[in-house]
Design a protein around this ligand. Sequence first.
Ligand SMILES: *Cc1c(COP(=O)(O)O)cnc(C)c1O
Length: 392
Amino acid sequence: MSKDWNTRTKLVHEGTRRSQYGEMAEAMFLTQGFVYPSAEAAAARFETLGEDEFIYARYGNPTTRMFEDRMAAIEGTEDAFACASGMAAIHGALAALVKGGDHIVAARQMFGSCLKVLEFLQTFGVAVTLVDGVKLEEWRAAMRPNTKVCFFESVSNPGLEVIDIAGVAKIAHEGGAVVLVDNAFASPVFSRAAELGADVIAYSATKHIDGGGRVLGGVVCGTRAFIRGPLETYVKHTGGAMSPFHAWVLLNGLQTLDLRVRAQAVNAAAVASSVAGHNKLARTIYPGLTTHPQHALAIEQMGAGGTMVAFEFNGGREAAFRFLNALEIIKISNNLGDARSIATHPATTTHSSMTPEKRLEVGVTEGLVRISLGIEDGADLIADIKAALEAV
Ligand SMILES: *Cc1c(COP(=O)(O)O)cnc(C)c1O
C-alpha cells in the first residue's frame, strides 16, 4: 500500500487483504488451520512460507496479518507481530532480546506486570538494574558491557512520568543495547518512538487500540529482521499468538483510533486545567500542564499531553475513595484508553500486589487516582469531577 498516505488514511485502509469475494469489511478468518490441495503443497508450504500463505493460526492468520500490517504502517516500522495480550508482547520482546548472563536496564516506574516479567527473567539468569527513568545519568551509570536492552514506558503507569526516548536511545546505542519502549500510554497516535530511536515498540492493544474495552491484545513493532526472526520464533512456539477474532475487533478499533484518542486528549487537557490547584488536591499530574516536570519533553515527544490525568489527594486513601464513589459518568475500573472515562485507585488495584514501600518508590501513594479520559462531552466530565471533588 501507499507509503505516502497519512496516518488517518492508513488507519482505515492499510493492510486490508480482500478475498475473491471482494468483501468491503475486513474478513474474520476464524480458522486455526488451512487446507492444502495436495501433500506436496503442504510440504512446500512448511518448507518455505510465501508472502500470503499461512499454515497455523499460532504462526499467523490472514486477519491477524492485516492487523500487523496496519500497525507497522502507522508506527513507521518495517513489521509487527500480534500477540495475545500486552504482556505477551512485552514478555515476547524481552525474551527474544536476552538470554541468561545478559543485563537489562529498566525504569523503576512501570506497570506491575512489566516489573513481574523482569523478576521472572532474573530467575533465568538475566540481571536487571532499575533506574529512575527520567534521569539520563542513571541510565548511563547502569550500563554494563553485557547490557542488551534498555526498557521503559514512554509515559509511565500510573505516575505519568515522561521518559526521553531519544536521550535513552543515545545511551543505549552507544553501549550496544536495544531500546524497548512500552508505548501503551502514549498510544500510536502520539507515538514518534521509532523516529526518536526506539528499536522495538510494544503496545497493549487492549487499551487505546481497542478503545471499547472488549478484547485483550498486544503487538510488537520493529525491524523485519527482528520481528520475523527471533520475536516470531519465540512467540509462535511459546503460544502467545493473537486470536483472529481479537485481530478483527482491533482492526475496527484502529479505524477510529485517531479520532478517539485526539478527542480523549482534548478532554484530558480540559479536565487537568480546570481542576489544577483545587484545594482537595495536593497535585494534578498531566504532561500537558506546564507544571509537569517533563512538560516540554512531552510536547516535543508526543505533540500533546495524552489521554491520562492523575490526581494526588491531600486526604490519602479516604479522600480518593470518597471521590471515586461520588463519580457518576466516570466508571471505577482498571482499564484505560477506553471511549468511556475510567477512574482507578492504583494502590489498591493495579499495584496492590506490591509492598507499600515498593509502591512509594514508584510513586503510587494512597491518595493517587488515575483517570483515563474518554470521548464523552468534556463539560459533562468536568462537572462530574468537580461534583465528586466537592464530596471529598
Ligand atoms: C495494560 C498495560 C500492559 C499490559 O497489557 P495487557 O493487554 O493487559 O496484557 C502493559 N503495559 C502497560 C503500560 C499497560 O498499561
